[in-house]
Design a protein around this ligand. Structure first.
Ligand code: ADP
Ligand code: MG
Length: 275
């Protein structure tokens, strides 16, 4: 707030400021839930997070620290109790109404009675836009699911279904992509494979992405920046720029530097060795 004020007073800094408008801005946000017995639970407090246009940020933290709450706030699925969330300088709700948010959460399941193609086409129908068959074909190619157009979700593996969700999230060229533990339910081998796939997909679209995960390696492999949270109430305690060039290969995970940063992040996640 102070910075914004002084920037307004100094007109010479204006060009820099417009460039620096974050794609996602979580500005001193707090979220309190009222529980059934009437008590108040402060899920997150004073959370500050700025994500630049085209940046890939991974949000890391112990279970219950408020990662999903932050994503739900950005996705306009919750309202902040304190502070302000903006996406491209606008209210998340506006962006959501305009279908500018690409969301792939675990609980945003595919519709089992629709084909893969129709699942990916769903955002066109929901938003009342004409179905762009070429875009659907391009995305099915991108996520490696050409040939599965007429299959039903139950005929696909978990990893394939997750790729359908990501294709569906991207289909309307959203301003931001929000992923909440998209690979949490997958086995380790499939998960590593999906990380390589997601990096490839992201490199093609270069879309501003906020990924929630509790896996350190996944965060480091995918993100430009890793933000670490602590719990109760959730706060941002650390932000690390990931120094590895793209495209990143799985072998990168054998580098001493990778282990060094992974250790640093793991330590930040477990203050005093709490579990
Ligand atoms: P994470 O995704 O990091 O595991 P969440 O954001 O899901 O954490 O939850 C943060 C805290 O807020 C937890 O203590 C959780 O129980 C609580 N919480 C989240 N959503 C609600 C809700 N709708 N009502 C009550 N408490 C909630
Ligand atoms: Mg969660």
């Amino acid at each position: 707030m102070m910075q914004e004020k002084s920037a307004l007073i100094l007109p010479t800094e204006q060009p820099e400021i417009s460039q620096e408008q974050p794609a996602i801005h979580v500005d001193r946000v707090g979220k309190t839930f009222t529980l059934n017995d009437g008590t108040e639970l402060s899920a997150i407090d004073e959370v500050d997070l700025k994500i630049g246009k085209g940046e890939f940020v991974a949000l890391l933290g112990p279970s219950g620290c408020g990662k999903s709450t932050i994503l739900r706030l950005v996705a306009a699925l919750e309202q902040a109790s304190k502070g302000r969330v903006s996406v491209e300088g606008r209210e998340p709700r506006e962006l959501s109404k305009a279908h500018r948010l690409g969301v792939a959460f675990q609980d945003h399941a595919l519709l089992p009675w629709l084909t893969i193609e129709d699942n990916v086409a769903l955002p066109f129908k929901v938003s009342g836009k004409p179905v762009d068959q070429a875009r659907i074909g391009y995305l099915l190619d991108l996520v490696g699911l050409r040939g599965f157009e007429t299959a039903r979700p139950r005929q696909l593996s978990g990893g394939m279904r997750q790729r359908v969700s990501i294709a569906r999230a991207l289909v309307l060229h959203p301003d931001v992509l929000l992923l909440d533990e998209p690979f949490g339910a997958l086995d380790a081998v499939t998960r590593r494979h999906m990380n390589v796939e997601l990096q490839r997909i992201w490199s093609e679209e270069r879309i501003t992405t906020l990924l929630v995960t509790h896996a350190v390696e996944e965060a480091l492999f995918l993100a430009d920046r890793v933000v670490v949270m602590s719990g109760r109430p959730g706060r941002v305690i650390k932000s690390i720029d990931v120094p590895f060039a793209r495209p990143r290969l799985p072998e990168m995970q054998r580098l001493a530097e990778f282990h060094h940063i992974a250790d640093e992040l793991t330590l930040a996640l477990e203050p005093g060795g709490q579990h």
